[in-house]
Design a binder for this molecule. Sequence first.
Ligand code: LMR
Length: 349
Amino acid sequence: MKLNITWLLVLSTIIIVMLFFLAAGNTLTPRVYDKEQFQASEHIVITFSHVVAELTPKGQAALRFAQLAGERTGGRVEVQVYPDSSLYKDGEEVQALQQGHVQLIAPATAKMAEYFPFLLLFDLPFLFQNYNEVHTFIDSPAGKKMLEQARAQDMLALAMWDNGFKYMIGNRPFTSPKYFKNANIRVMPSSDVLEQQFLSLGANPVPMRFSEVFDAKETSIIDGSENTASNIYSQKFHEIHNHLTITNHGYLGYIILTNQSFWMSLPEDIRLILEEILIEVTLWEREQAIKMNELDLEKIIKTPEINVNIMTEEDKLAWREALGSIYNEFKPVIGEDYLNEALSVNESQ
Ligand code: LMR
């Protein structure tokens, strides 16, 4: 009898343990990559890594997002921002995001073309003439669809932020294609459009991480690069290369990406607050981008060593002729609908 009771106890313990694991298994099924849904009371740390200086439109927007996230969640969310490639560099950020080491990144659209080829649209030369046209496209149904489509391999796009319009900064004036002949020009990694742009102008495109451009200029590995005033000024490119050419030949913008599993593991109220903040910060960032680029352009121009080169109408025509076939070449990769929509926002037409 005693033996039977002992066996009964052992048997019921086994059954209880089995039931427990079964139940745990069921609740684990919908859970995400770290197998833990955040609890309502948990302190959530979001690591935001990017490659530019704090005093740039993106740098400022990341900090504002961090501040508002802390304030509006009553401290439940803490966003830690790592600027200037201090945590991850170009090419490392994406893996870090996918592996969950960071939860937010904001790469230039060019750098995500490998994953989302339709983003090459933003690199097409002379597609957008001003910020207004860019925003009209991004806010259009086509632009919104593009953002929704930027979701793969556990990455999820949340917003698009501006930097601005690019100039050439180099060791010679890059006014006309003749100055590009055999020049080594740095391009952002992963964009076939940017590489083709400089090949068409007669140059050798050199894909390179942002964090390596200053040294490459200093050691004469490259003769020039394209970038916005805020990036040129904050990285001090104008202190090495003394020719700034006002080309306005292309747009530089960012796609804000999160790790999808992480984002969906957030408590819903927190996720909604963060998404609302992102909408607000995106609008704020648009204004900052215009202001900061204007101010930084003035500062670069005032630098005594800098020569400012302005393109003539003839130069502009020569650029457009050299780049003539690039839209058609990349139309199939980008998607005809996206390209047509972007062309239709052109205010000068
Ligand atoms: C660059 O690599 O030139 C830019 O993408 C840097 C940035 O993020 O603005």
